[in-house]
Design a protein around this ligand. Structure first.
Ligand code: BGC
Length: 447
C-alpha cells in the first residue's frame, strides 16, 4: 500500500521563459535569454520563446487544465525584466500585474503557488553591467525580490530564490551552451559566488518584509565511480563536489568544498567570512530537481573536472540522453537528510523527454515511457519518505511541452502535449496517470 503524507503537494512545474511567450509585452525589458535565442545558431532550428506556449495570454486556460488534472500545487517562475525592465529602479506595474493575476487564478482554483524568483532570465540591462559577475547583483536581486514579496507574500507562501545555480554557471559561464553564453573558467566561480550572495541577500530581505517560507532550488545527481580504480573514484568525488556540494554546502553553513580550488585553479579564491555568512542564511525549505545519476570515469580531456559520464549498458536513456535511474532519487533524498539536517524538501522538478507520437484521432497521446519514469520516481520518493526524509511535495517537470532552452522545441518534457501551431493542449496518458496517482494519494502507484 502506497500512501503519501497528509498535505503532500502534488504539482507540476514550469518556468517563465520556457512557456510565457510575449517576452517584450506590456513594457517588459529584454532578458539574456531573449538575446540568446535571437542570436543565429544558438538554438535548435533557431527556435525562440517569442510565442512558446503563449501562456502569457492563456494562463487561465492552463490553470483550468491544472485543476482538471487535480493538481494542488504549481511551481512557476517570475521573469525579473517584466517587473523591473532595467533590472533595477522603475517597477513596471503591468508586468507585476500579470503575476498577480496568475497567482489569483491559482488560488481561486485551490492550487498552491510556489514562485521562483530567478529561473535564468536575467534582465539584459543588468548583463550590460556585468550581470552575475558584478558584485552589486546581490543588492539588485534583493531589491527585485522585495518588490515581489511586498506585492505577493501571503498569496504566495513558498518562495524560491534561484533555480539551479550549478546550471546557471556551468551552462552560462563555463561551457556557453546557455545564456549569457560565456566560456570562461575564471568567470565561473565569480558568478557562483555572486549567485549565492544574491540568494542570501534575498533570504535576508525576506525576513524583513515576508512572513512565510523561502528556500533555494538545486539540481542534484548522485555520482558513482565507473570502476574501482582510484582515478574513477576521485573523478566521481570531484563531480559530486562540483555539482552537488558547491552550492548546498555554503547554503547550509558548511563552507566551500576543498576541491573547488583544484577544479578552478588560478580562477579560485576563498570566500570571506562575510560572504560565507551571507550565503548561509537559514532557509525554510529546499527544492530538489532530479533527473538522472552520473556514473563517472576519469577523463583528462573533459575540462575542468576531468570526469565524464560512462554509458550503462542495459539502461534506458531518455531523449536528452539521461539514464533512467530512480534509485538515485531515493539515495539523493537520504543524502540530503543526513548531510543537511533533514530540511523540508520539495521535489521541484522531475521528469523526462521522450519521443511522443502525435495526438491520435481519439485525442490520446500515448507515452508509456514517461508513465514508467513517473511511476518509478514517485515510488522512489515514497521510499525516501518511508526512510525518514522530510519530503513534502512533488512537482512534475513539466506541465507543458515547452522551450527546452538551446534545444528549442525539439525535446518534449510535458505531461500535457502542446501543438505549437495551434496552441492546443492535450493531456498525455502520463497526465491521466498522474491524475490517478494524485486522486488516490499514491495508491495508483502500487499497480
Ligand atoms: C531546468 C529546466 C529544464 C529541465 C530539463 C532543469 O535543469 O530547471 O528549466 O527544462 O531541467 O532540462
Amino acid at each position: 500500500m502506497i500512501e503519501f503524507p497528509d498535505g503532500f503537494l502534488w504539482g507540476a512545474a514550469t518556468s517563465a521563459s520556457q512557456i510565457e511567450g510575449s517576452p517584450l509585452a506590456d513594457g517588459a525589458g529584454a532578458s539574456i535569454w531573449q538575446r540568446f535565442v535571437h542570436t543565429p545558431g544558438l538554438t535548435h532550428d533557431g527556435d525562440t520563446g517569442d510565442v512558446a506556449c503563449d501562456h502569457y495570454n492563456r494562463y487561465r486556460e492552463d490553470v483550468d487544465l491544472m485543476r482538471s488534472l487535480g493538481l494542488n500545487a504549481y511551481r512557476f517562475s517570475i521573469n525579473w525584466g517584466r517587473v523591473l525592465p532595467q533590472g533595477t529602479g522603475r517597477v513596471n506595474e503591468a508586468g507585476l500585474e500579470f503575476y498577480e493575476r496568475l497567482v489569483d487564478a491559482l488560488l481561486e482554483a485551490g492550487i498552491e503557488p510556489l514562485a521562483t524568483l530567478y529561473h535564468w532570465d536575467l534582465p539584459a540591462a543588468l548583463d550590460d553591467r556585468g550581470g552575475w559577475l558584478n558584485g552589486e547583483i546581490a543588492d539588485w536581486f534583493a531589491d527585485y525580490a522585495e518588490v515581489m514579496f511586498r506585492r505577493l507574500d501571503g498569496r504566495v507562501k513558498k518562495w524560491a530564490t534561484l533555480n539551479e545555480p550549478w546550471v546557471i554557471t556551468d551552462g552560462g559561464y563555463l561551457h556557453g551552451a546557455l545564456a549569457p553564453g560565456h566560456k570562461n573558467l575564471f568567470e565561473t566561480p565569480i558568478a557562483s559566488r555572486n549567485l549565492m550572495l544574491a540568494h542570501g541577500a534575498a533570504v535576508k530581505r525576506y525576513r524583513q518584509v515576508g512572513a512565510h517560507d523561502i528556500g533555494i532550488v538545486v539540481n542534484l545527481e548522485p555520482k558513482y565511480p565507473a570502476s574501482d580504480k582510484s582515478a574513477d573514484r576521485s573523478a566521481a568525488e570531484r563531480s559530486a563536489a562540483y555539482m552537488n556540494h558547491q552550492y548546498l554546502d555554503p547554503a547550509f553553513g558548511l563552507g566551500c568544498p576543498d576541491s573547488m580550488a583544484e577544479i578552478f585553479g588560478a580562477g579560485w579564491r576563498e570566500w570571506t567570512a562575510d560572504e560565507l555568512e551571507l550565503a548561509s542564511q537559514p532557509t525554510d525549505w529546499l527544492g530538489v530537481n532530479y533527473y538522472t545519476r552520473g556514473v563517472m570515469k576519469h577523463d583528462p580531456s573533459s575540462w575542468p573536472v576531468k570526469a565524464n559520464y560512462a554509458r550503462q549498458p542495459g539502461s534506458t536513456y531518455t531523449d536528452t540522453g539521461w539514464e533512467v535511474f530512480e534509485r538515485g532519487l531515493t539515495e539523493t533524498l537520504l543524502w540530503v537528510k543526513e548531510r543537511y539536517g533533514n530540511p523540508p524538501v520539495y521535489i521541484t522538478e522531475n521528469g523526462s523527454a521522450f519521443y511522443d507520437p502525435p495526438v491520435a484521432d481519439n485525442g490520446r497521446v500515448q507515452d508509456p515511457l514517461r508513465i514508467d519514469y513517473l511511476k518509478r520516481h514517485l515510488r522512489a520518493v515514497h521510499e525516501a519518505i518511508r526512510q525518514g526524509a522530510d519530503v513534502r511535495g512533488y512537482m512534475a517537470w513539466s506541465l507543458l511541452d515547452n522551450l527546452e532552452w538551446s534545444l528549442g522545441f525539439s525535446k518534449r518534457f510535458g505531461i500535457v502535449h502542446v501543438n505549437f501551431e495551434t496552441q492546443e493542449r492535450t493531456p498525455k496518458d502520463s497526465a491521466r496517470f498522474y491524475s490517478a496517482v494524485i486522486s488516490s494519494n499514491g495508491g495508483a502507484l502500487a499497480d
